[in-house]
Design a protein around this ligand. Structure first.
Ligand code: GSH
Length: 202
């Protein structure tokens, strides 16, 4: 059975879509649009009782949580995106968890208050506070990238994909990268990959 990805590109479903395009995994996109409230439809709640996108159904294996999904798909597919051993697996998991715990909520504040919300509803003070909070994790990433082009190993992996997907929310605040030119270059290179443009179209 073809892999089903539930969601829409303008959501965290972008992450499994990017992974699937990057890895050449065939899939069917089942549209569930959070802006239309479709994540609360009973049919989708039977897939993900949390009422959040994304979720996948891989031949009867149902998974939710975007990072778990991308890590699973990368490992199932194998190849350069996936960890080649347990040490790389640990590092890729570490960076993915780091992105969702240390970066995501602040990066989202930037996205909402600099881009997504109608201008009258934006809170610039919240954006500035988020930019300030992001300085510490971004400095950690900048230091990590001082002598490497990728987060784990010497190739683009699911770790880069997961962390770049989260950092992409901070793009509307160029000043968040002012002290982190290597992070900016790494992020720009990740987001310029052809699979990103493909994933944005579903
Ligand atoms: N930790 C979850 C978060 C999923 C999530 O909150 N998705 C958003 C869309 S990006 C959503 O479904 N929002 C609608 C809602 O919560 O009602 C993940 O990474 O998959």
């Amino acid at each position: 059975m073809t892999l089903k990805i539930y969601g829409v590109p303008r959501s965290r479903a972008f992450r499994p879509l990017w992974l699937a395009h990057e890895a050449g995994i065939p899939f069917e996109l089942v549209p569930v649009d959070q802006r239309k409230g479709e994540q609360h439809d009973p049919a989708f709640l039977a897939v993900n009782p949390n009422g959040h996108i994304p979720a996948i159904d891989d031949d009867g294996l149902v998974l939710w949580e975007s990072m778990a999904i991308t890590l699973y798909l990368a490992k199932k597919r194998g190849g350069p995106l996936a960890p080649k051993d347990l040490a790389e697996d640990g590092l890729m998991t570490m960076w993915s968890f780091w992105a969702v715990t240390e970066v995501e909520s602040h990066a989202l504040q930037i996205l909402y208050n600099r881009a997504l919300r109608p201008e009258a509803e934006r809170n610039e003070a919240a954006a500035i506070a988020a930019i300030d909070t992001l300085r510490k994790p971004t400095a950690i990433l900048e230091k990590h990238l001082a002598d490497r082009d990728f987060l784990v190993g010497d190739r683009f992996t699911v770790a880069d994909l997961n962390v770049a997907a989260v950092y992409s929310y901070a793009v509307p605040a160029p000043e968040a990268f002012a002290a982190a030119p290597r992070v900016r270059a790494w992020l720009d290179a990740a987001l310029a990959r052809p699979a990103v443009a493909a994933a944005r179209n579903g």
